[in-house]
Design a protein around this ligand. Structure first.
Ligand code: NAD
Length: 490
């Protein structure tokens, strides 16, 4: 049966110097909604990374000397080609990651397309600084040039979305790249490689090496000819990347985890706030770094909020991700699902918290084909202590905690009382309060009376353990270029 089975498997290859190349060993990749192995991913190491870095280095002189307009046209073409295959990309992302087809169709792939369009445009509009010193007869100006070979490492939760958020600005600025997607979600990156040539991306400009973090990722981080690493993933991995890259003094952009609070005051418009906060808690199975996992509700509206919030959460259907009516798909892996249930939901219960709906409380009915998938229901926990691991650690699953607060001062302190500082939401109809609270939250992003509304022009990134650096039109341009100050005396 293994032979017959293996014939049907999708086998990925590395993409190096414009060509697909097989690897000597492979890793199994699972379909999270069925529990079956359906794909084999190259288990690359030093050798493959070495070849990819060499290809990227060779391509750098020509690519970096192209005008921004030429690069812009290629990025736009690439965006068009991905958009043309949007449905195929969305199906693949859903199958590989477990996310719902609806989310892949409306969020992941459209955003991947937009990442290329956005940087194709923004690269045309940068201006550098210039100052004058008339008394000395001097003019100073800055010049920005691409850095070289960029190492790009991305996670499994928003595979193509986050990878293209790095590839697009890196190549728009004239760098060449070696990208390493998550070993758990490599398929859409491989599909993108198939259309690079048609888009006009010269060989070696985008190289993709598949494999694990420990082997392929670390080989990239340690490579002396990769001066820059853009990483999105966990805080723990980021620590390792900082250590490993430190002998080379690399430039690092680190987009890490979050433990994001929602702060709901008693004058909030609950008809907006409740559905949005259910979405911010459970979208993409709670596997978004920006997902809400601590909900602070002012005491006067606490019981009403809980009742309505739980009723809304129960409307979210969990099941086959390919069914367009499904809102919650499968978690990324069996291990991750077990961790979310054991380390968080069960632990909270043991500590005396109340699970109001979801895991262990409500029945989970799955279609016959999905019985072995990694599913859990959206879970709401109340009466959790602030020091509990459920309120301190990133859960990265469909679990959210709701607690009561009394005053503005108190809630700011409690919201800031975690090691992370990525995103927060504030709900109130009092504009003065919204400003006051937003200013004092230790968080790289604050959304008031909304969630996940992004203008890519503006900085994205986290404070504290949520990261170092920001990405966005100007921030990515600054990260992916080297600046020089030149003084001219006449
Ligand atoms: P992870 O840190 O385990 O892995 C991320 C990537 O790093 C993968 O490609 C992995 O193979 C690679 N990697 C692992 N060890 C490595 C090493 N030693 N050297 C080099 N590369 C290595 O994270 P994950 O589990 O894939 O993703 C989930 C995490 O990502 C969560 O913490 C989430 O909050 C975070 N995240 C952050 C953002 C953001 O923008 N701030 C966005 C999405 C996800």
């Amino acid at each position: 049966p293994t032979m017959a089975h293996s014939k049907a498997l999708l086998v990925l290859e590395n993409f190096i110097g414009g060509k697909f190349v097989p690897c000597s060993s492979y890793i199994d990749s699972y379909n999270p909604s069925t529990g079956d192995v359906y794909c084999r991913v190259p288990d690359s190491g030093k050798e493959e990374v070495e070849a990819a870095v060499k290809a990227a280095k060779d391509a750098f002189p020509i690519w970096s000397s192209k005008s921004p307009l030429e690069r812009s046209q290629i990025l736009n073409k690439l965006a068009d080609l991905i958009e043309h295959d949007l449905e195929a990309f969305a199906q693949a992302e859903s199958k590989d990651q477990g996310k719902t087809i609806t989310f892949a169709r409306t969020v992941d792939i459209p955003r991947a397309v937009y990442n290329f369009r956005f940087f194709a445009s923004s690269i045309l509009h940068h201006v550098t600084e210039c100052t004058e010193m008339p008394a000395l007869g001097c003019v100073h100006y800055t010049s920005r040039t691409p850095v070289g070979v960029a190492g790009l490492i991305s996670p499994w939760n928003l595979p193509l979305y986050l990878l293209t958020w790095k590839i697009a600005p890196a190549i728009a600025c004239g760098n060449t790249v070696v990208a390493k997607p998550s070993e758990m979600t490599s398929v859409t990156a491989w599909m993108m490689c198939k259309i690079l040539e048609k888009a006009g991306v010269p060989p070696g400009v985008v190289n993709v090496v598949f494999g694990t973090g420990a082997k392929a990722g670390e080989a990239l981080v340690c490579h002396p000819d990769v001066p820059l690493i853009s990483f999105t993933g966990s805080t723990l991995t980021a620590q390792r990347i900082r250590e490993k890259s430190s002998p080379h003094c690399k430039r690092l952009s680190l987009e890490l985890g979050g433990k994001n609070p929602a702060i709901i005051f008693d004058d909030a418009d609950l008809s907006q706030c409740i559905p949005t906060t259910v979405r911010s808690s459970f979208a993409n199975q709670g596997e978004i770094c920006l997902c809400t996992s601590r909900i602070f509700v002012q005491r006067g509206i606490y019981s009403e909020f809980l009742k309505r919030f739980v009723a809304e959460a129960k409307k979210w259907k969990t099941g086959n991700p390919l069914d367009p009516t499904t809102s919650v798909g499968a978690l990324i892996s069996k291990e991750h699902l077990e961790k979310v249930v054991r380390n968080y939901v069960k632990k909270a219960q043991a500590e005396g918290a109340r699970v109001l709906c979801g895991e262990g409380v409500d029945p989970l009915a799955l279609p016959p084909g999905n019985q072995k998938g990694y599913f859990m229901l959206p879970t709401v926990i109340a009466e959790v202590k602030d020091e509990s691991c459920c309120m301190q650690e990133e859960i990265f699953g469909p679990v959210t905690c709701v607690v009561a607060f009394d005053t503005e001062e108190e809630v700011i302190e409690r919201a800031n009382g975690v090691k992370y500082g990525l995103a927060a939401t504030v709900w109130s109809s009092n504009v003065g309060r919204v400003h006051r609270v937003a200013r004092r939250l230790q968080s790289g992003l604050v959304w008031t009376n909304c969630w996940l509304v992004r203008d890519l022009n503006l900085p994205f990134g986290g404070m504290k353990a949520s990261g170092i650096g920001r990405e966005g039109a100007k921030d990515s341009y600054e990260f992916f270029t080297e600046v020089k100050t030149i003084t001219i005396k006449h």
